[in-house]
Design a protein around this ligand. Structure first.
Ligand SMILES: [Fe+2]
Length: 309
């Protein structure tokens, strides 16, 4: 299989996965899940929206929850400078995708566009900031979620997504093939295994977002908390280790509306130029290590509000 040639010096600098904008049916139920159990903190709120961040995050939000019919609005990515934002807008427009400049609370100038999979995207170069709380011991609670790490999108357009994101400077860290075609691609900008993952399923839909937690025992501890609240049905898969891309220990949870969140304590670095993408062959790799993923982990995904699929 011919992989695309890496683009080490793209015309603009996308830096990382930044934030997720989702709709939830009950803000208080979501606050209990994300703040009391996962450990996120509230940066701001009003009657219809919660803006949340992890304990080590200085930027205003990594998760925006809006009251509404459950769905995902947008995947948020950051660029380094305002100039990068202008160059990115020209890139998407030249590629034939719609672009729009929008005003978003607590963010700088923001670009809305879409990718070849149809994923609704949101780019910005700046946000308001808040104090990092990672040195404040009494802020730690629940799973002590530290920072947003990555998203996983399902789409039949895995190859198109790889080529498009590779062209924007994303590097392929790992990939899964099945019968000679691409099943999954893991793409990164920030120097760990992934900022965004595309997996071969009907889509575009969101499979999960992922937050890093401090230690493996936080995965166990948050499971205990769910059991104590008689909410163990929201613990979907894990704790275990991926003997598959990323090799991280993991836990997958479902929020009160079915949005899936992964928690994991560590990832490896992949930065240097000589590092080649790691290939995995399906069905030989073990997504859950010593336990088998439930069917719903493979098949349940969340629609984007914009596409409704
Ligand atoms: Fe993940």
């Amino acid at each position: 299989m011919q992989l695309p040639t890496p683009v080490y010096k793209p015309a603009f600098n996308i830096t990382r996965a930044s934030h997720l904008v989702s709709r939830v049916s009950d803000l208080e139920a979501s606050r209990a899940f994300y703040c009391e159990l996962l450990g996120l903190v509230v940066s701001d709120e009003d009657s219809s929206t919660l803006w949340l961040r992890g304990l080590e995050e200085a930027c205003h939000h990594s998760l925006v929850l809006k009251k509404g019919e459950p769905a995902v609005e947008r995947i948020g990515l950051r660029v380094l400078t305002e100039e990068d934002l202008d160059l990115l807008e020209a890139h998407f427009r030249a590629a034939g995708f719609p672009t729009a400049w929008v005003e978003i609370p607590h963010q700088g100038r923001t670009l809305h566009t879409t990718d070849p999979a149809g994923t609704p995207l949101e780019f910005c170069a700046t946000m308001e900031t808040r104090p990092r709380l990672f040195a404040q011991a009494d802020a730690y609670h629940g799973a002590c979620a530290l920072r947003l790490d990555h998203f996983q999108i399902v789409t039949p357009k895995v190859r198109e997504s790889l080529d498009f994101y590779n062209g924007m400077g994303f590097r392929l860290s790992e990939y899964v093939t099945k019968d000679g075609s691409l099943e999954m691609v893991f793409l990164q900008r920030k120097g760990n295994p992934h900022d965004i993952v595309f997996a071969n399923r009907e889509g575009p839909r969101l499979h999960h977002c992922a937050y890093q937690v401090p230690e493996t025992h936080h995965l166990m501890h948050v499971c205990d908390l769910f059991v104590c609240r008689d909410q163990e049905g929201q613990v979907e898969f894990g704790p275990a280790r991926h003997f598959s891309p990323g090799l991280a220990r993991f836990l997958y949870l479902r929020d009160p509306d079915g949005h899936r969140v992964e928690l994991f304590p560590s990832h490896y670095h992949t930065i240097d130029i000589e590092e080649e993408p790691v290939r995995w062959e399906a069905p030989g790799f073990k997504a859950g290590g010593w336990i088998v993923p439930p069917d719903r982990w493979w098949n349940d995904t969340m629609a984007f509000a914009e596409t409704g699929r």
